[in-house]
Design a protein. Structure first.
Length: 200
């Protein structure tokens, strides 16, 4: 890795490459300076097809043994998806029955935030808690009680990057909510690094 690029020897040539993505699209680019070759693949999907196509073009141009990059990509994608889904399901599988929140719902409602992400709100709507992460209007979730002061985060909009997770409310010695900790399994953003301290 150098200056933001992945660097590797591929079929005896230096290849610098990088990928990227956002909700609903992945991209991959590779440059082979010795050959004056650049390959860029832009997609409107959240699959590994961009990497498979770049590798296929490099194989065809540079020679060497051909590999079934599509098959390898599918196997890797399927394994990653299975791990992702298992991690999402783990929280609900660990549900402790017969518990209830420590406080009335209104006590959890308020503004939370931190330096890294910014603001989030929790409000009481239709008898339940609703989480909004600003400024993205798609990051709205219903909070379903899991156990004690932990809730399942169920996004109202299907998101390409992540699915359900958990939100745990932390209290001080007097029983007042002072923080919300989130864990939302995904392959790009670590929610546990985000700080959501009570701001009101």
């Amino acid at each position: 890795y150098g200056l933001g690029w992945g660097i590797q020897d591929y079929h005896g040539r230096m290849v610098v490459s990088h990928g990227g993505g956002y909700d609903g699209m992945f991209s991959r680019q590779a440059l082979v300076p010795e050959e004056d070759l650049g390959v860029i693949v832009l997609t409107n999907s959240m699959t590994g097809v961009a990497s498979a196509l770049v590798n296929r073009v490099l194989d065809a141009y540079l020679g060497g043994d051909e590999r079934d990059w599509s098959e390898e990509g599918l196997v890797n994608w399927t394994r990653a998806r299975e791990r992702f889904e298992a991690r999402q399901d783990a929280a609900e599988a660990g549900r402790i029955g017969g518990t209830s929140p420590s406080l009335p719902l209104e006590a959890y409602a308020g503004r939370y935030g931190g330096e890294m992400y910014g603001d989030a709100t929790v409000s009481v709507e239709d008898g339940g808690l609703v989480l909004r992460l600003f400024p993205n209007p798609d990051l709205v979730a219903d909070l379903e009680h899991l156990h004690f002061d932990t809730w399942i985060v169920r996004w109202r909009t299907e998101l390409a990057w992540f699915g359900k997770g958990t939100a745990q409310f932390i209290m001080d010695a007097s029983g007042a909510v002072i923080e919300m900790k989130m864990d939302v399994p995904n392959q790009d953003l670590w929610f546990d690094e985000l700080e959501f301290l009570r701001r009101d």
